[in-house]
Design a protein around this ligand. Structure first.
Ligand code: NAG
Ligand code: NAG
Ligand code: NAG
Ligand code: NAG
Length: 254
């Protein structure tokens, strides 16, 4: 019996695992959900989709300027995303990145931290029910600096903790873009961080939204975080840019 089962497991080690590990998983298709810091014209979403994926991996950017975890559903975008999961899951592994916080935290939105967490949790459940896989992403840092030496003002700490707690409670994939982007901006300093500003790349003004190059840089950061944490899932579908990744890793302006 014992010998048999050892033989059986040896057989399965030698013959089955290499075969099953070589079964190529379906191509990833990304649906990006979030606010303006993900959206076209201000966010990292298109930089990620356009410049970090290796074809035929691809995706769609549903980031919506001004969106909260409440308005994204109320406005109909969420239903569209769920229907896109259905459309693409036959040919692809559908991943839904979910990044909010910048608008949810505004007093005018009247969304408590508990409600924010609950909404993220329901998004995670509904993505899974629809056949997709959620990836929670902590909020991209704002590039507001204070002090001497100037350091990023951490204004999204609660939202970061909430997103990570939800991911852990639900055993969902997540990446900590908030800390990674904060660390990077602290390393390169305010002047270099503001060169990614959407509107005025020379000063502190709107330091939340990204110009096209900023979208490419932080899109790469998202990709690097995904590959670092889930290499076996995303490594083969990533088009690397070693130059840019090295600058991000070393904390040098890109
Ligand atoms: C991504 O591609 C779209 C469509 O080609 C283009 O409009 C957009 O400017 C690109 N964005 C980035 C950050 O490369
Ligand atoms: C804020 O939300 C709470 C809880 O949902 C609600 O009771 C309250 O009326 C809202 N306040 C405003 C000003 O909308
Ligand atoms: C950008 O900031 C500089 C420095 O404060 C200022 O001179 C310039 O007018 C600003 N440009 C825009 C478009 O706001
Ligand atoms: C890689 O990144 C560098 C800047 O870090 C940029 O100049 C270059 O165009 C990028 N290459 C590609 C293929 O996107």
């Amino acid at each position: 019996m014992r010998t048999l089962s050892i033989l059986a497991s040896t057989f399965s080690l030698v013959f089955s695992s290499p075969l099953s590990s070589r079964q190529s998983p379906k191509v990833p298709f990304f649906l990006l959900v979030g606010d303006s810091t993900t959206a076209i014209g201000g966010g990292w979403g298109d930089g990620f989709l356009n410049h970090t994926l290796k074809a035929p991996a691809s995706g769609l950017n549903y980031g919506h300027s001004g969106a909260t975890t409440v308005s994204f559903r109320a406005g109909g975008d969420w239903a569209t995303v769920l229907s896109q999961i259905t459309t693409h899951q036959a040919d692809s592994s559908v991943y839904v990145t979910i990044q909010f916080g910048h608008n949810d935290q505004k007093a005018a939105a009247n969304i408590s931290l508990e409600q924010f967490s609950q909404n993220l949790g329901v998004f995670v459940d509904e993505v899974r029910d629809a056949g997709g896989e959620p990836i929670l992403i902590t909020s991209l840092t704002r590039r507001v600096f204070s002090g001497d030496p100037p350091l990023v003002v951490q204004s999204l700490a609660n939202e970061r903790v909430a997103a990570i707690s939800v991911a852990e409670a639900k055993s969902s994939k997540y990446i900590d873009l908030n800390i990674a982007s904060e660390d990077y901006c602290n390393a390169i300093g305010p002047e270099a961080s503001w060169r990614y500003n959407l509107f005025n790349a020379t000063r502190q003004g709107d330091t939340t939204h990204l110009n096209e190059w900023g979208g490419t840089v932080f899109g790469r950061l998202v990709s690097d975080l995904l590959v670092e944490k889930y290499e076996e899932v995303f490594g083969d579908w990533t088009a690397p840019n070693a130059t840019l990744s090295a600058l991000l890793e070393e904390g040098l302006p890109a």
